[in-house]
Design a protein around this ligand. Structure first.
Ligand code: SF4
Length: 376
């Protein structure tokens, strides 16, 4: 996903696991954190249960972490305190920034508007190439955080001329409670919500999230269970199920795939993935192929060659996908949105910057063909 490019001071980088994570850890409990913590918030009772007196089981993501009292979960944000599941992610954002919505990336949603972007430490994946690992692989309480009450976020966004709040950079599933509370308040104040996520989430909390979020950038990181297991410490099947749930809920979403040289750049797999997208969720689903920048535990790899991204782009088009993009490479013709009917350039971009917009009421300004997306 998109790396943080604004300057931030990172006080501590101590929570990165030194486990050489090449497979999904058998134990879901990774740490205990004993100090008294500010800004804890009980997880909604719909999303966890208490059993045997003091054990808890979380229902937010497919890991369904079972914790004894005092234990912290896999995503590092929730802790069992005497049978009560508390989130340390609540109102503890480590990133607050203003970004173009194109950076998520979302190219079919309110073009050229800015988002107030929020992130909290923690993640329920372990991607070896994480672009924001200093935040995602840390407990929230070990980072330098900002004071930002959920109830203050919509007004904060408006004061910065942002009519959209983005939950991004780290994994919003790990700060689900903070995100959903903000999003509900924002929706009441006519501020939009967008979410960039790997979508490793259970169907019920996802359906709840869909009530508040206007658009999702979904990181479908590959199309191979072995890749999900060995490189991401996760599983593919629940992600595909989540994508189908988004479609069933009629939510707007765009798919994002970072292409990692030698890891997920098998063109047959790319074709299989594009075919699945076209057939299962439809050819109007935009897909963004991203250029990998060496980071975290895969620093020895090169950047993705541009011809590889172009080949992925070509395959997606051959499989019938109508809106195919390349990101992290600019300028490039695949930064633009083209009308699938007349092939004219409807939105011209330079990277994340919109240079020209020929959309009119959600239609191509040249031939009036409807272009799918969230435009108003
Ligand atoms: S969201 Fe976090 S606490 Fe809940 S099941 Fe997933 S990893 Fe465990």
């Amino acid at each position: 996903m998109t790396r943080i490019i604004h300057r931030r001071e990172f006080l501590r980088e101590t929570a990165v696991l030194g486990l050489g994570l090449t497979a999904f850890p058998a134990l879901k409990v990774l740490a205990e954190f004993e100090s008294s913590l500010p800004n804890t918030h009980e997880v909604d009772r719909r999303w966890y249960r208490t059993f045997d007196g003091t054990h808890t089981q979380c229902a937010v993501c497919p890991l369904n972490c079972v914790l004894e009292s005092g234990q912290t979960c896999f995503c590092r944000t929730r802790r069992n305190h005497d049978g009560k599941l508390l989130s340390h992610a609540y109102e503890n954002p480590c990133v607050i920034s203003i970004d173009p919505i194109e950076k998520l990336p979302l190219h079919h949603c309110l073009p050229s508007q800015n988002t107030l972007s929020l992130a909290v430490g923690g993640c329920n994946l372990r991607c070896l190439y994480c672009q924001n690992w200093r935040q995602s692989q840390a407990m929230p309480q070990t980072l330098k955080n900002f004071e930002l009450r959920a109830s203050d976020v919509p007004a904060k966004a408006s004061s910065k001329q942002c009519q959209i709040i983005a939950y991004t950079y780290t994994e919003p599933v790990a700060f689900f409670e903070y995100m959903t509370d903000i999003a509900a308040l924002a929706a009441r104040n006519r501020v939009r919500n967008v979410c960039a996520s790997a979508m490793f989430i259970n169907p019920d909390p996802l359906r709840e999230l869909c009530k508040q979020i206007d658009a999702f950038a979904v990181a479908l990181k590959g199309f191979d269970e072995k890749f999900y297991d060995r490189v991401l410490g996760s599983r593919l099947a629940p992600v595909l199920k989540a994508i189908e749930t988004l479609r069933a809920e009629k939510k707007w979403f765009e798919i994002v795939t970072l292409i990692i040289p030698t890891y997920n750049d098998d063109l047959d797999k790319i074709r299989e993935m594009c075919r699945w997208i076209a057939r299962t969720v439809g050819p109007d689903t935009p897909i963004h192929f991203g250029r990998f920048v060496p980071e975290h535990k895969l620093k020895d790899l090169p950047r993705t060659p541009v011809p590889t991204l172009e080949r992925c782009h070509q395959i997606a088009c051959e499989e019938g996908l109508r809106y195919v993009y390349i990101f992290n490479v600019a300028p490039h013709e695949a930064n633009n949105t083209y009308c699938h009917a007349c092939r004219k350039t409807v939105i011209k971009r330079l990277g994340f910057k919109v240079l020209e917009n020929h959309l009119s009421e959600g239609r191509c300004g040249f031939c009036r063909t409807a272009i799918p997306g969230v435009w108003v």
